[in-house]
Write a protein that binds this ligand. Structure first.
Ligand code: S3P
Length: 166
């Protein structure tokens, strides 16, 4: 199958971009991130798109960005944390080497709790993380060929674990 060698999914802040760049380097290929593609195409930050247009409009832009990336990009690809919420986006992942980078709620709060740039965590990060994880965990698991836990691991260790798992 053509398309990306590896597609990274998982919650925001889990390290998809950092690990993706490391994986691309180890595999001698390129890295692409659909959040960055959307920002470049729209000329707006993700948080602005959420506020101005709402989440459903963002998910549609995201689906388009994922479609383009899985069609065109032969390297390592990272998706935004909520991409798997969209059924059309999930369909686009079928047959690809999808890797779920997971972390537990406490790790998530530690890593992203104070990051105001992430619109879904504006208030009470721990409660919001618990809800997000409960709503999304099975979607990540179902979409993925392998699950790689990241808790307590450095990006280098996570990248090595991904390569071992494939
Ligand atoms: C989101 C995750 C973000 C970004 C947007 C929505 C989510 O991506 O797409 O803020 O719904 O979890 P990252 O996972 O790259 O932070």
């Amino acid at each position: 199958m053509t398309g990306p060698r590896i597609v990274l999914i998982g919650p925001m802040g889990v390290g998809k971009t950092t690990v993706g760049e490391l994986l691309a380097e180890r595999l001698g290929t390129t890295f692409r991130d659909t959040d960055a593609d959307i920002v470049a195409a729209e000329g707006r930050q993700i948080a602005e798109i959420f506020v101005d247009d709402g989440e459903p409009a963002f998910r549609e832009l995201e689906r388009r960005a994922v479609r383009t990336a899985v069609t065109e990009h032969p390297g390592v690809l990272a998706l935004g944390g909520g991409a798997i919420l969209d059924a059309g986006t999930r369909e686009l992942l079928a047959g690809h080497t999808v890797v779920y980078l997971s972390m537990d709620v406490e790790e998530a709060v530690k890593r992203t709790g104070l990051n105001a740039a992430r619109p879904l965590l504006a208030v009470n990060p721990r409660k919001q993380w618990r809800e997000l994880m409960e709503a999304r965990r099975h979607l990540y698991t179902d979409a993925a060929r392998v699950v790689v836990p990241t808790d307590g691991r450095s990006p280098e260790e996570v990248a090595a674990a991904v390569l071992d798992a494939l």
